[in-house]
Ligand binder design. Structure first.
Ligand SMILES: Nc1ncnc2c1ncn2[C@@H]1O[C@H](COP(=O)(O)OP(=O)(O)OP(=O)(O)O)[C@@H](O)[C@H]1O
Length: 847
C-alpha cells in the first residue's frame, strides 16, 4: 500500500464490532483463567494423560463467550457434545489471511489482540507447544484455525479497522486533489468557452479518426466450443493501453500511466484537431469500446501544467494466441471465447500438470465452506436443481458480523493485491462463494445450488458450469450465460483473463469491480454467488438478468422513449441503488441505460462497477426515529392496496405510486401536504460521500458531468448529473447535450444550456427534476448536499412508496426478453449466438 499513495481502501469501523470486542475481551479473559484452573485440575486428575479432544474442548469452552465457570466442570461426554457444537462455531468467519493474522503467529497475535493476560497467554501457548510436536499436527492446525476464527469473531481485525470516534463508517484513502482555484477555473472555463466556439469545424476530423480506430466487438459465441469465433482477443488487439481509474485514484502522485501509442495519437490528432484538447487543455487518444457509446477513461495528472502525450512503452497489440493451444484445452474450456481459451492454453503449457482447469484452492474457501455446512459434507445427487429446498444452515446468526468482516477484509486484501502486479487474490474467493449471506437473497435457490455444488466438488471451477452463450464482452472480461451442472440454475459468469488484465494494466479495475460486487446486498444490484480462479482466469458468478438492458428496452418502446410512469419506476429503482452505493462510499460514475439490466421480474439491476470510485463516506442521521410519530411512519402504507398495514409480502402488489387521479383539488392538496409531512417526519439518514474527489476522466461522453470535463475534480455529485441525463434519455429518447461527435458533446455539456423538446410531452415535475439535476455547478446540483434523500423528496416522486418499490409491478416488458431456462434448453447447446452489439470505444488522454 505504501507505494500507492492514493490507494483507495475501505476501512470500516462499526459500533457493533466495538461493542462486541469489548464484551468479548472481558468474557474471554475471565473464561481463560477459569479454563486454566480447570485444565490444571483435570491434568492432575488424569495424570496428564488427557487426550487431544479434551484439550480442544477445554480451549473452546474457555473461548466460548457464554460459558460460565460452573459449566466448565463438565463430564467427558458433555465435553464431546460441546466440542461438536464448537466445531460449528467458526462458521461465520473463514480462516483467511484477510482477517489480518498470519498463520504461524495467529494464536499469539490473537491472544494479544484479545488482551488476555500475559500469564494466560503463556499458558495457552505452552499448551499448544505441548501439542505441536505431537504426530497429530493437523489437529494443532485445527485448533489454530478455530482460534483464528474465534478471534475473528470476537475481535476487530486490527489494521483494517479504524475506530472512528464518531462510530461512523469511514473509508479511506481517497486522494483528495485540491480543487483548482476559482481563478484557474475561470481561466479554464474561459479558454474552454473561447475554444469551443471555434472547435466545431475541427472536431470532425478527430472524430472520424476515433471511429476509424474503433473496433466493433462482433465476436459470436456459442455453446460447446466454436473455436473460430473471436471475441475480445480481436478487440484486445486494437485496444490502446489506457489508464485505469483505480490507478488514477491510487497513484495520483505518480506520473500518469502509459496510455495509447503516442505516435498514433499524434498522427491522428493534429495540433488543433481535437476540440477537447482545447477544452480541457487535454489530448484525446482513441480507444475501442463496446455498446455504441463512447466511454472515456483518462488519467489526469494535475502536476503537469503542459499537455503532453505519453509514450506507449509496450506494444499495444497482443498477438492472438495460436489455435493449436486451444486444441489442447479440456472440454470445459471449449465453451470459452478465444481470449479465455488462449489464456487457458498458455497456462496449461506452463503447468506441468495435466489438469488444465484446476481451480486454485482458496484456504478460506474450504474453511468457510465446511463451516457453513455443519457436519460432514453430504453428497449431492446429480439431479440437484434449483428446486432444492433444504433448511439453510445456522449461519445467519453471525451474518452481520461476517459481512462486516468481509467488508474490512476486502479492503485489506485489496491493499495487498494492489501492491502486487500479479493476478487476482484467491483469498477473495471465500467470501463471495461461500457465505451466501445476503439477507435480501437469502431464500434464493441459487445459493442453495451453489452450496450443494461446493459441497460436492470442493471448490467451484469453470468445469462445473455449462456455458450456454456469450452475453457480451466488456472492457475487462467476457460475460457468459452459464448453467450450474446438474441444476437448472442460470448464472452470468464474468470471465477475466488475469494475464491480459495485468498486461493491460486493467487489474485495478477488475479488482474494484470484484470488491464492490462482494459487498453488495441490494435488490437492485447484482448478487455475486461465487468467485474462483481457474488457472489464470478469474471468474465471477453473478445473477443473470434475462431482460436485456434499458438501452435496448428503450429502443423497443413506441417513439423510442419510455412513458413517464415507466421512466419514473426505473429511475426510482436506480436512485435507490445509487443511494445504497453512496452509503457504502461508492461513487458509481458510469450510469447509463446500457448498464441497467432488467431482471426476469422486470425490476432493474445496476451493473458494471469497474469504473466506480471508492471513497470516504460519513453517514449522518439528520432526524432520529425517536422524533417520529409512529402514526406518521405508517402513513405512506395507508396508500397500499393491501389491507394489512404491515404486510410486506411481495404478493401484495403495493401501488408504489399514489393515484394520480384525485377527486378534487382540495383533497389533493391535503393529501400532498400530509404526505410531505409524513416524509419529513421519517428518520433521515444521509450518507453522501461529499468529500470524494477524483481527477479521472471517467464516464461516457454524453453522460459526463461538466466538472469531469473541465478537470476540476469530481465527487459523488457526478452520479446526480448522470442521473439527470439518464432520466432525460428515458423520457426523450436522447441525451440532452449530444453533439454530432464526442467533442461537440463535451462542449455542449459544459456550455450549452438545457433544453427540452416539445415532443414527447413530459410533465413539469419531471422537467423540474431534470433541471435540478443538470445544474452545471456540482455544488448547486440537486443531491449534492443530502444525496438521494434530497432527490427522493422531489415532487416527481410524489406518492412513491420507496420502501416497497421492489414489490411494485414493473412496467410491462415487450416480448424481446432473453431466453429463460426452458428456451435455452429447447434451443439446444450447439447453437451460435450473436455477441451483443459492440461499438465505439474511445479512450482519451488528458494532461
Ligand atoms: N448479470 C448479467 N446478466 C445478463 N447480462 C449481463 C450480465 N452482466 C453483464 N451482462 C452483459 O454482458 C455484457 C458485458 O458485460 P460487462 O460487465 O463485462 O461489460 P460492460 O458492461 O461492457 O462493462 P465494462 O467494459 O466496463 O466491464 C454487457 O453487455 C451486459 O449486458
Amino acid at each position: 500500500m505504501g507505494s500507492f499513495s492514493g490507494t483507495c481502501e475501505i476501512i470500516e469501523a462499526r459500533e457493533e464490532l466495538n461493542t462486541g470486542k469489548t464484551t468479548g475481551v472481558y468474557q474471554l479473559s475471565s473464561a481463560f483463567s477459569v479454563a486454566e484452573k480447570n485444565q490444571k485440575h483435570s491434568m492432575l486428575k488424569l495424570g496428564y494423560k488427557h487426550n487431544l479432544d479434551n484439550e480442544i474442548n477445554k480451549l473452546f469452552e474457555s473461548i466460548h463467550l457464554k460459558t460460565s465457570s460452573r459449566d466448565l466442570g463438565i463430564s467427558q461426554n458433555g465435553s464431546s457434545q460441546k466440542m461438536k457444537n464448537a466445531s460449528k462455531k467458526p462458521i461465520t468467519v473463514s480462516h483467511s489471511p484477510r482477517v489480518g493474522t498470519s498463520e504461524p503467529l495467529s494464536l499469539k497475535q490473537a491472544l494479544k489482540d484479545l488482551r488476555i493476560s500475559k500469564a494466560s497467554e503463556m499458558a495457552a501457548m505452552k499448551r499448544l507447544s505441548m501439542l505441536a510436536p505431537s504426530p497429530r499436527v493437523s489437529e494443532v492446525g485445527r485448533i489454530k484455525t478455530m482460534y483464528n476464527s474465534v478471534v475473528a469473531e470476537t475481535s476487530q481485525p486490527g489494521p483494517s479497522f479504524i475506530e472512528n470516534e464518531e462510530n461512523r463508517i469511514e473509508t479511506s484513502v481517497v486522494p483528495k486533489e485540491s480543487k483548482s482555484s476559482p481563478m484557474e477555473k475561470a481561466i479554464q472555463y474561459h479558454q474552454t468557452a473561447k475554444i469551443t466556439s471555434s472547435l466545431i469545424p475541427t472536431v470532425r476530423s478527430s472524430s472520424s479518426t476515433v471511429i476509424a480506430t474503433t473496433q466493433n466487438d462482433t465476436g459470436t459465441t456459442l455453446v460447446q466450443l466454436q473455436s473460430d469465433l473471436v471475441c475480445s482477443s480481436s478487440k484486445v488487439g486494437v485496444q490502446s493501453q489506457k489508464s485505469e481509474p483505480g490507478q488514477t485514484e491510487r497513484q495520483t502522485s505518480l506520473p500518469s500511466p502509459i496510455l495509447s501509442n503516442s505516435n498514433k495519437s499524434k498522427s491522428e490528432f493534429p495540433k488543433n484537431a481535437s476540440a477537447s484538447t482545447k477544452l480541457g487543455n487535454k489530448a484525446f487518444v482513441p480507444k475501442t469500446r463496446r455498446k455504441g457509446r463512447g466511454v472515456v477513461l483518462v488519467t489526469r495528472n494535475k502536476n503537469l501544467s503542459k499537455k503532453k502525450l505519453k509514450q506507449d512503452s509496450g506494444s499495444t497489440i497482443s498477438a492472438p494466441t495460436s489455435k493449436e493451444m486451444n486444441n489442447k484445452l479440456v472440454p470445459g474450456s471449449n465453451q470459452l471465447c478465444e481470449r479465455c481459451r488462449c489464456a487457458l492454453a498458455n497456462t496449461s503449457q506452463v503447468n506441468s500438470q495435466n489438469s488444465i482447469v484446476s481451480e486454485s484452492t482458496i484456504p478460506g474457501d474450504g474453511v468457510s465452506l465446511s463451516n457453513v455446512h455443519s457436519g460432514p459434507n453430504k453428497p449431492t445427487s446429480s439431479s440437484s436443481s434449483c428446486n432444492i429446498s433444504r433448511s439453510v444452515p445456522k449461519v445467519k446468526k453471525n451474518a452481520r458480523l461476517k459481512e462486516q468482516l468481509e467488508f474490512s477484509q476486502s479492503s485489506k486484501s485489496s491493499r495487498g493485491e494492489y501492491s502486487s502486479s500479479t493476478c487476482t487474490s484467491d483469498e477473495s474467493n471465500a467470501s463471495g462463494s461461500s457465505c451466501g449471506i445476503r439477507p435480501h437473497m437469502s431464500k434464493d435457490v441459487r445459493w442453495e445450488a451453489i452450496r450443494h455444488a461446493q459441497m460436492q466438488h470442493g471448490v467451484l471451477g469453470l468445469r462445473h458450469f455449462n456455458l450456454l452463450k456469450k452475453l457480451g464482452c466488456g472492457d475487462i472480461g467476457t460475460v457468459y450465460l452459464a448453467e450450474l451442472v446438474g441444476t437448472n440454475c442460470l448464472f452470468a459468469i464474468k470471465v477475466m483473463d488475469n494475464e491480459f488484465l495485468a498486461r493491460r494494466k486493467k487489474m485495478p479495475r477488475a479488482q474494484t469491480e470484484r470488491e464492490i460486487l462482494r459487498i453488495l446486498d441490494h435488490p437492485f444490484l447484482p448478487t455475486m454467488y461465487a468467485q474462483f480462479t481457474s488457472d489464470n482466469l478469474s471468474c465471477l458468478v453473478m445473477e443473470y438478468c434475462p431482460g436485456g438492458d434499458l438501452h435496448v428496452l428503450r429502443q423497443k418502446q413506441l417513439g423510442r422513449s419510455f412513458s413517464e410512469k415507466a421512466a419514473r419506476f426505473y429511475v426510482a429503482e436506480v436512485l435507490l441503488a445509487l443511494e445504497y452505493l453512496h452509503m457504502l462510499g461508492i461513487v458509481y460514475r458510469d450510469l447509463k441505460p446500457e448498464n441497467i439490466l432488467v431482471r426476469e421480474d422486470g425490476h432493474i439491476m445496476l451493473t458494471d462497477f469497474d469504473l466506480s470510485l471508492r471513497c470516504v463516506v460519513r453517514p449522518m442521521l439528520l432526524k432520529s426515529s425517536f422524533d417520529v410519530d409512529p402514526a406518521k411512519i405508517s402513513g405512506p402504507r395507508a396508500q397500499s392496496s393491501c389491507i394489512e398495514p404491515f404486510c410486506i409480502e411481495p404478493s401484495c402488489q403495493v401501488p408504489c405510486f399514489s393515484p394520480r387521479i384525485i377527486p378534487d383539488a382540495a383533497k389533493a392538496r391535503k393529501l400532498k401536504a400530509d404526505l410531505r409531512d409524513q416524509i419529513r417526519s421519517l428518520p433521515q439518514l444521509v450518507a453522501e460521500p461529499t468529500d470524494a474527489r477524483s481527477n479521472s476522466f471517467v464516464g461516457t461522453h454524453e453522460y459526463l458531468a461538466p466538472e469531469i470535463i473541465k478537470g476540476e475534480g469530481h465527487g459523488a455529485a457526478v452520479d446526480w448529473w448522470t442521473f439527470g441525463v439518464f432520466l432525460y434519455e428515458l423520457l426523450y429518447g436522447r441525451t440532452p447535450f449530444k453533439g454530432s461527435n464526442n467533442e461537440e458533446t463535451l462542449a455542449n455539456v459544459v456550455l450549452q444550456s438545457l433544453r427540452f423538446p416539445d415532443i414527447p410531452f413530459v410533465s413539469f415535475q419531471a422537467r423540474d427534476l431534470i433541471r435540478g439535476l443538470l445544474v452545471k455547478e456540482p455544488e448547486n446540483r440537486l443531491g449534492s448536499l443530502k444525496g438521494a434523500a434530497e432527490i427522493k423528496q422531489h415532487s416527481f416522486f410524489e406518492g412513491l412508496n420507496w420502501a416497497l418499490i421492489r414489490c411494485a409491478i414493473p412496467p410491462e416488458l415487450p416480448e424481446f426478453c432473453d431466453f429463460g431456462v426452458s428456451d435455452i434448453t429447447s434451443q439446444g447447446k450447439g447453437k451460435y449466438f450473436e455477441c451483443k452489439a459492440a461499438g465505439e470505444h474511445v479512450e482519451f488522454e488528458l494532461f
